[in-house]
Design a protein around this ligand. Structure first.
Ligand code: C2O
Ligand code: CU
Ligand code: CU
Length: 511
C-alpha cells in the first residue's frame, strides 16, 4: 500500500470519531455518516411542488394464481428541479419507479427489460424470495443490445441478456417493500440515478383493520440528492466508465446530497384533509439517516403513531415524537391531522439535518369542517414477533469494520461465492453485530427481531419485524433471525450503498 492511500485511510479513520454526532440519552450514537456533496445549481425553494404519488403498475396478465408485470428500465427525462429536465435511470420512465401492489401469497412475476446502457440487477428488499429471483449482485441483466464479450457477459454470475423474469411467491405478511438496483459494485449510483420503487403487499389481516386507506394511505420515499449546474443528478463515481466500483476517496463514508426529495420532488407539499393518514415512510437514501419529527408537534405530542416496521404490522401501535430512519428502513405511521386546527401547515422535519437537509416536506391541512373519518388504530394489529432466542442453537458474530482497502465484515472484503455462514432453514439463530462506524445492516430472505442494543433496552423504533438495523459506532446488537423455505445463496450487507459497493457485503447460504 502506498503512503498516499495510508494517509487516506488515516483521514477516513479520523472521520469516524469526528463525524459521529452524539444525540441525547437513549439515542446514543445516532448520527450521520457520509460526506456532503453540494449541488452546483441554485437549490429550489422548499414547499413549492406538490407531492407526486408514483403511478401504480397494472399487471400485463392475470391468471388464476399469478400476476404478471413488465417493467422496462430506460433512461428518461424526469422533472425534479423546476426549470430543468433531469436524465434519470428509470423503472418504466418514472422516478420513483411505479408502485407494485400484490396480495400476500399470490405469485407475482415481474419481467424486467434492460434498455439502460448498463447491466442491472433487481432486488425486492424485504421480500421472502427464492435465491434465483433475489437479485444476487452477479445475476445481471445485460442491456438488450449487449453482445458476447461485453464486460457484463464475462462475469461469473448468471447473466441474462435483455430481460429477466423475477418470480416472487410473496408468502409473507402485508408490508411496505421496495425494489431497487443491486448490481455488484454499482448499487450506489444505480439507486442514486433513479432505480428505486415501492412494492406493497396486502393481506387479510391488514384488510380487516380499520386503518386509513385509499388516498389516505400514502407512500413516501425519502431520498437526498445533489445536482450539477445543469440540473443533472451528481454522483462522485470513482470511474465514470463504470469499470472500477465505488466513489472517489473523499466520499467512501457515504454520499450525502443537499436536496431532500420525497417521491422525487424537492421538499414537496401534500394537501391533506383534517383526517388520519397512513404514511409509509421509506428511507431510500444512499447514506443519509433522518430523525423525523412533526413541526409543530400536535398538542400533547406523540404525533407519529407507528403501526408497521420493515417486515409488516407491529403487534401494537407505538407512538413517537421522533423517529430515526436509516437507509432502507421502513416505518408505517398514522398521523392524525384532526389534532391540528383547520388550515395548519405541518412540516415533516429532520432533526439530524440542518439548513436544506433539516426539512423534508409539508402537510397543508384543509380549512373548513373535517370530513368523515371512520379510521381507527386498533390496540392490537397482528401477532407479535415471537422469534425466541432461547431456542437458538447457533450464535454468530459479524463485525462490521473499516479496514484498509474497503469496508469489511469479519475482516473480509466481499468475495462472491464465499459463505460467511450456512444457516439451516427453519432454525432460529442468534446473530450479534458489532460496529466501528455507522452501519445500517441488512439481511436478505429473513426478517429478524432485535433483542438487545448494547445490552440496553431497545430504541422505541426497534420493535417488530426488521430486515435492517441501524447501528452507530462501537455498538453491539443481538438479533434473533430465522430463514425459511428457500435454500440458496443470500446476502448480508451494510445498506449504506457506498459501504456496500466498497465491499461491506457477505454471502450466506441457507441449507
Ligand atoms: Cu435493499 Cu441487499 O438490499
Ligand atoms: Cu434486501
Ligand atoms: Cu456501513
Amino acid at each position: 500500500m502506498t503512503a498516499r492511500t495510508n494517509r487516506r485511510r488515516f483521514l477516513a479513520a479520523a472521520a469516524v470519531t469526528a463525524g459521529g454526532t452524539i444525540i441525547g440519552a437513549g439515542w446514543a450514537r445516532l448520527g450521520q455518516s457520509g460526506v456532503l456533496l453540494r449541488s452546483r445549481c441554485p437549490l429550489p425553494p422548499a414547499f413549492q411542488s406538490l407531492l407526486p404519488i408514483p403511478p401504480t403498475l397494472r399487471p400485463s396478465r392475470v391468471t388464476a394464481d399469478t400476476d404478471y408485470y413488465e417493467i422496462t428500465q430506460h433512461l428518461a427525462e424526469v422533472s425534479i428541479l423546476p426549470g430543468f429536465a433531469t436524465t434519470a435511470w428509470t423503472y418504466a420512465g418514472s422516478f420513483p419507479g411505479p408502485t407494485l401492489i400484490s396480495r400476500a401469497g399470490r405469485r407475482t412475476v415481474v419481467r424486467h427489460v434492460n434498455r439502460l446502457p448498463h447491466p442491472v440487477v433487481v432486488h425486492l428488499h424485504g421480500g421472502h424470495t427464492p435465491h434465483d429471483s433475489d437479485g444476487y449482485p452477479l445475476d445481471l441483466i445485460a442491456p438488450v443490445a449487449a453482445k458476447p464479450g461485453d464486460a457484463a457477459m464475462t462475469l461469473p454470475g448468471s447473466t441474462m441478456v435483455g430481460y429477466r423474469d423475477y418470480v416472487y411467491p410473496l408468502r409473507q405478511p402485508s408490508a411496505t417493500l421496495w425494489y431497487h438496483d443491486h448490481r455488484m459494485g454499482f448499487t450506489g449510483p444505480g439507486v442514486w440515478y433513479g432505480l428505486a420503487g415501492f412494492h406493497l403487499i396486502h393481506d387479510d389481516i391488514e384488510d380487516a383493520l380499520p386503518l386509513p386507506r385509499g388516498d389516505r394511505d400514502i407512500p413516501l420515499m425519502i431520498t437526498d440528492r445533489a445536482f450539477t449546474a445543469d440540473g443533472q443528478l451528481h454522483y462522485p463515481l470513482a470511474d465514470p466508465d463504470f469499470h472500477t466500483p465505488g466513489t472517489t476517496s473523499a466520499y467512501r463514508d457515504g454520499v450525502l446530497g443537499d436536496v431532500i426529495l420525497v417521491n422525487g420532488a424537492p421538499w414537496p407539499v401534500l394537501p391533506v384533509d383534517r383526517a388520519q393518514y397512513r404514511l409509509r415512510l421509506l428511507n431510500a437514501s444512499n447514506a443519509r439517516r433522518y430523525r423525523l419529527r412533526l413541526d409543530p408537534p400536535p398538542p400533547g405530542g406523540d404525533g407519529l403513531v407507528q403501526i408497521g416496521s420493515d417486515g409488516g404490522l407491529l403487534d401494537r401501535p407505538i407512538a413517537h415524537d421522533d423517529l430515526p430512519i436509516a437507509p432502507a428502513e421502513r416505518f408505517d405511521v398514522i398521523v392524525d391531522f384532526r389534532r391540528y386546527p383547520p388550515g395548519a401547515r405541518v412540516q415533516l422535519t429532520n432533526t439530524l439535518g440542518s439548513d436544506s437537509t433539516g426539512r423534508i416536506m409539508r402537510f397543508d391541512i384543509a380549512t373548513g369542517p373535517a370530513p368523515t373519518d371512520d379510521a381507527r388504530i386498533p390496540h392490537t394489529l397482528t401477532a407479535p414477533n415471537t422469534l425466541d432466542p432461547a431456542s437458538a442453537r447457533t450464535t454468530r458474530t459479524f463485525a462490521f469494520q473499516n479496514y484498509p482497502g474497503g469496508w469489511r465484515i469479519n475482516g473480509r472484503l466481499y468475495q462472491p461465492g464465499t459463505d460467511i455462514a450456512q444457516p439451516r432453514l427453519g432454525d432460529t439463530e442468534l446473530w450479534r453485530f458489532t460496529t466501528d462506524f455507522h452501519h445500517p445492516i441488512h439481511t436478505h430472505l429473513g426478517q429478524f427481531r432485535i433483542l438487545t442494543r448494547n445490552d440496553h433496552p431497545l430504541r422505541p423504533s426497534d420493535h417488530g419485524w426488521k430486515d435492517t438495523i441501524d447501528l452507530g459506532p462501537a455498538e453491539t446488537a443481538e438479533i434473533a433471525v430465522q430463514f425459511t423455505d428457500y435454500p440458496g445463496r443470500y446476502l448480508l450487507h451494510c445498506h449504506n450503498l457506498e459501504h456496500e459497493d466498497m465491499a461491506m457485503m457477505a454471502d450466506f447460504t441457507t441449507i
